[in-house]
Design a protein around this ligand. Sequence first.
Ligand code: AMP
Length: 137
Amino acid sequence: MSDTIFTRIIKGEIPCHKVYEDDRVFAFLDISPLAPGHTLVIPKEPAPTLGELSDESAAAVGRVLPRLCRAVAQATGVKDCNILQNNGAPAHQVVMHVHFHIIPKPDAAQGLGIQWPAGKLDPDSGSMMAQRITAAL
Ligand code: AMP
């Protein structure tokens, strides 16, 4: 399978504004930011979606994500942010290489806008769903 644009960025074949790198993780500025400081945090492992990522890469990303959030907040002066992680085209994933967006929320006009069509959890179906998820782990 051919490299995604993010693998090519990790390899240095495509330029980026890098903010962090270690042996498993790479982070750089999003080329189309929703707000100043919009940063992408990616594992070097080229897993397309989060569910396909190894525990080791997931742990490595999780270990640095809070530190990167603090750095983005300090650099932008914006303490509020959203972490966004899309999986699959219907869920708005465009680049098929796992990535976490750190999106500062400076005000209502900038940053992530969210539609949240909340339902109501029925106790019986909730109980069944929780059992099914637990059994699938
Ligand atoms: P997603 O919709 O979650 O797959 O988001 C992919 C993100 O990658 C978008 O926010 C794009 O702006 C960003 N992106 C695509 N190409 C590049 C690039 N060459 N450098 C930096 N960010 C990019």
